[in-house]
Write a protein that binds this ligand. Structure first.
Ligand code: SAH
Ligand code: F3S
Length: 482
């Protein structure tokens, strides 16, 4: 019996109510509902998961009530992120009890890696627990569940990059796509759980990155974002973890590819392809990268450059590998070589022992850099990190909150000022979609990653248009196509 006949038979059986249990249901033309939380890497990983399962006769659905398999791709970065996932699991539980009793529930990503088998004890409805390096094993794990067992794979690899898997584009505006270039992180910032949940840093073969980007261009995509926990640290020398580079042969070292090399290769694929990258790490960003950005117009004038704190004392406790002065030197260099480069940041308030004077240094650094955008967080102590072991989480919740509000307010003020300075200027905008607030308007982004809203005229999603800015808020520019 060929696959099509088999599927039709299964569907008929299903219609007649002949399929009663999960074991039978999970085979055949099944529906996968996948939800992602946390960083862009998680969203990108979910596209890899969808690709792996599409080969196993799954198709994706946006309706959880019709899903045979529900996956939640989780984040552990802050306690709040984990609480969000716990709440979703409660919701799945109620759906399972009421409208969709057949659904199988799996937990993917960082929380799965952090909690491992414990997840099964803590959340009884969970059937599958899979860490970020084990997605290739999903077909086997699903079979285990078919056989009536719970399934766990949280193996962290030194090699895995999923280089050969062509992701199913789930977010799908058909214009912008994420392409992962490294996995894991070796930096060991003392507050961060990522090195424990995503393992050692590995770089992906540049050939497979170029192929994926070229394929996206041929499918009509206009922008790629190269993704990694620390993209500047990208180093291809034939495979293997970054930390083993010193054991590579002379030939491997001579032919190695750095992030600057990779960026240039991607920029050269097509002049009309916009290239972005995230996240940069101040301690690893080289002059070469800045020079390549300045050289190629299609590499966007935008760098996400998390600072975390403006105090050198706190940066040292965080093990960030740079101090305030070095960060400022880097910013000055970027602004000199790419005068119109916009810069965004991440900042943590209330890290262990942070004084008012440390906090004021963060505020004064923000005033110096005049960031265009920021992601700001209260410090959240994570189990088993160096900070949890060595330092006391001694800043009260109230103080963390007061400091957070202060930096958010300052950032809002600066974002508005920066946006006001863009009024009456004209920018090339890539149209990404229809504005959420009005069907008559599109939204798109400038090279600086600023969101612009404007009337549609006769253009279509994916077009480049020149927009003259005439109004703004802190988060959005408004303008007219000229
Ligand atoms: N290099 C990564 C950083 C991941 S974490 C990337 O690609 O984005 C993203 C941000 O979360 C960090 O820059 C930091 O500002 C914040 N963060 C990480 N651990 C945190 C913690 N324990 N508490 C509060 N914020 C944290
Ligand atoms: Fe985390 Fe620092 Fe790496 S923030 S992801 S350990 S660069």
């Amino acid at each position: 019996m060929n696959i099509e006949t088999l599927l039709n038979k299964k569907i008929d059986e299903k219609k007649q109510g002949n399929i009663l249990d999960i074991k039978t249901l999970i085979r055949g033309n099944k529906k996968l509902y996948i939800e992602s939380y946390g960083c862009q890497m998680n969203f990108s990983d979910s596209e890899i998961v969808a690709s792996i399962l599409c080969k196993e006769n799954f198709s994706t659905t946006k309706n959880i009530n019709e899903a045979d398999l529900v996956f939640v791709n989780t984040c552990s970065i802050r306690d709040k992120a984990e609480q969000t996932v716990r709440k979703r699991l409660q919701l799945y539980n109620s759906i399972k009890k009421t409208t969709n009793p057949k659904m199988v529930v799996g937990v993917l990503g960082c929380m799965a890696e952090r909690l491992k088998e414990k997840f099964l004890e803590e959340e009884k409805l969970v059937d599958i627990v899979v860490g970020p390096d084990a997605y290739r094993d999903l077909p086997n794990l699903i079979k285990q569940v078919e056989d009536g067992r719970k399934a766990v794979n949280v193996f962290l690899s030194r090699e895995e990059t999923y280089a050969d898997i062509s992701p199913v584009r789930l977010s799908g505006n058909g214009v912008t796509a994420f392409v992962s270039i490294t996995r894991g992180c070796d930096n060991m910032c003392t507050f961060c759980v990522v090195p424990y949940t995503r393992g050692r840093e590995r770089s992906r073969d540049p050939k497979s990155i170029i192929n994926e980007c070229a394929k996206l261009v041929s499918e009509g995509y206009k922008e790629v974002t190269l993704l990694g926990q620390n993209v500047d640290s990208y180093l291809w020398y034939g495979g293997g973890p970054k930390k083993d580079y010193n054991k590579a042969s002379e030939n491997q070292k001579n032919t190695s590819v750095s992030f600057a090399n990779l960026l240039e290769k991607v920029a050269k694929i097509n002049k009309k392809l916009r290239v972005r990258f995230s996240t940069s790490n101040p301690q690893d960003m080289t002059d070469d990268v800045i020079n390549i950005m300045a050289k190629h117009k299609n590499i966007c004038n935008y760098i996400h450059l998390p600072v975390q704190s403006g105090s050198s004392r706190i940066l040292k406790l965080m093990n960030r590998g740079y101090d305030r002065e070095e960060y400022i030197i880097l910013i000055d260099k970027i602004k000199k070589k790419i005068p119109d480069c916009s810069i965004s940041m991440d900042i943590i308030t209330g890290f262990c022992s942070e004084t008012d004077s440390d906090h004021n240094e963060t505020l004064s650094l923000m005033k110096y850099v005049k960031y265009d955008y920021g992601y700001m967080f209260k410090y959240s102590e994570r189990p088993n990190t160096a900070a949890e072991k060595k330092y006391k989480d001694d800043i009260s919740e109230e103080k963390k909150q007061i400091r957070l509000v202060e930096i958010i307010n300052l950032q809002q003020k600066q974002s508005l000022e920066n946006n006001k300075n863009r009024i009456n200027k004209t920018y090339e905008v890539l149209i990404e979609g229809v504005s959420k607030k009005s069907d008559l308007h599109y939204y798109g982004r400038t090279t600086h990653n600023c969101v612009v809203v404007f009337e549609k005229n006769n253009y279509k999603i994916g077009d480049y248009v020149n927009v003259k800015i005439n109004d703004c808020s802190a988060g959005t520019l408004k303008g007219k196509i000229i």
